[in-house]
Design a protein around this ligand. Structure first.
Ligand SMILES: *Cc1c(COP(=O)(O)O)cnc(C)c1O
Ligand SMILES: [Zn+2]
Length: 413
């Protein structure tokens, strides 16, 4: 890879050759992929990008850690829509708002970006089998992207993973292990199995390439906004790989001169599970927390990418906002009925945090903001019904219909 220099430990600074099966530093720290920006500047320009027909994350190949002859992965991952939302902006009392709907990816979450990268690197490594542990979306995205590329998968999920996500795994033909335990126990079991059988490891906090896949969401936002960056970027946070990836993408673009401003990050976590936000708010180190939230994809009591995530939030002069499950469900309804965007609870936690930040006066009235919806609501229909309520259940009779709506304060006209 001419564009990549090496992997560098974020804790001790030790560097490693960027081989396909690169994992953590011997000190236990997580590696960051370091690029040769001078080289990248010679091969990538804004004009070149604009002329490119590839509408997937691989359009940013020069900024990604893959060999030149590694094929694009088969599913169309990335290039999700970025919608401008003037009515919601007005309701929140900010100047401009865009919603990036990453639930529009092939397996319906932002995790497809990391899984496509995992598949590309597994192919480079000559692996036949990939494994991961996940609260759900890393698993379903890996299963789908690996199936399309002809790779086998072993997937470890905690037993509380919602049915929609488990259904995806089974349809994609994964070997699925539903672990009677929490995410932490699930993670440890997958690590032991990967160690024993030598499978390619898609655990995002171990594999430094995965947040490089996730960073493509930031590259797209920048290009979709014609390289004019917003003041803030709101996103939900679990393990911390996503927000770290977003920050990395922004810094890459800054380093090659494509953008001249870096947004402040708004980190959304649930009050029931917010170890990273707590660290930001108290200025202390993080420590484990229980996993009490219905936003299953971000119910991570022991975040595996705390180092990179905390660094990203702090470097960006970011804001950590905790929201209750009720506030998450309210944001789910709000995005649905104002924007036509259906996010899963974890998918809209960034938007819920943005709404709360506006209410608390934490951000300025003339601010411009991008809110990323990270996963699709159809994955977890039970919680969506809990958020939005039931329809009128009636006999086929128009008068009963009119009366029923009247009881809900709706005039049929
Ligand atoms: C995984 C996930 C997140 C959080 O990403 P982390 O890298 O774990 O911080 C947010 N939303 C959804 C829908 C996810 O699946
Ligand atoms: Zn180290």
């Amino acid at each position: 890879m001419k564009n990549v220099k090496y992997g560098k430990c974020v804790r001790c600074g030790k560097t490693y050759d960027a081989v396909p099966d690169l994992t953590n530093c011997e000190c236990g720290g997580i590696l960051e992929i370091v690029y040769d920006y001078e080289y990248i500047k010679t091969v990538l320009t804004k004009e070149k990008l604009a002329a490119r027909e590839n509408r997937s994350m691989w359009r940013y190949r020069e900024l990604l850690p893959v060999e030149e002859d590694t094929p694009d992965t088969p599913l169309r991952v990335g290039w999700s829509p970025l919608y401008e939302e003037p009515r919601l902006a007005e309701m929140l009392g900010i100047r401009k708002l865009w919603v990036k709907d990453d639930g529009q990816n092939p397996t319906a979450s932002l995790k497809d970006r990391a899984s496509a990268m995992a598949v590309a690197k597994a192919l480079e490594a000559g692996a036949k089998t990939i494994a991961c542990s996940s609260t759900g979306n890393a698993a379903s995205s890996l299963a789908g992207n690996a199936a399309a590329a002809g790779l086998k998968t072993y997937i470890f999920v905690p037993e509380r993973a919602p049915k929609g996500k488990v259904a995806q795994l089974m349809i994609f033909g994964a070997n699925v292990i539903s672990v009677k335990g929490n995410y932490e126990e699930t993670f440890k079991m997958s690590a032991a199995a990967i160690d024993k059988y030598g499978w390619y490891n898609r655990n995002a906090a171990i594999n430094p390439y995965l947040s490089e896949g996730k960073k493509t969401v930031a590259l797209e936002i920048a290009e979709q906004l014609n390289w004019e960056m917003p003041d803030y970027l709101a996103i939900s946070v679990g393990d911390g790989c996503t927000i770290a990836g977003v920050w990395k993408g922004l810094k890459d673009l800054y380093a090659i001169g494509f953008i001249d401003k870096l947004p402040r990050l708004i980190s959304g976590q649930s009050t029931g599970c917010c170890p990273l936000n707590r660290a930001i708010q108290t200025g202390e180190d993080w420590y484990p927390m229980e996993e009490n939230t219905l936003a299953d994809s971000i119910a991570v009591g022991v975040p595996r990418n705390a180092d990179k995530a905390l660094m990203a939030i702090r470097e960006s002069n970011g804001i950590a906002v905790n929201v209750t499950d009720e506030e998450i469900l309210a944001a789910q309804r709000l995005l649905g009925k104002t924007c036509g965007v259906f996010g899963e609870p974890a998918g809209v936690t960034g938007a819920a945090a943005l709404k709360k930040a506006c209410e608390l006066g934490l951000i300025e009235k003339d601010a411009t903001v991008v809110s990323v919806v990270t996963g699709n609501g159809l994955k977890d229909v039970a919680n969506a019904i809990a958020a939005a309520g039931e329809p009128l259940h009636i006999e086929p009779d128009l008068d009963v219909m009119v009366k029923g709506f009247a009881e809900r304060g709706v005039t049929v006209e």
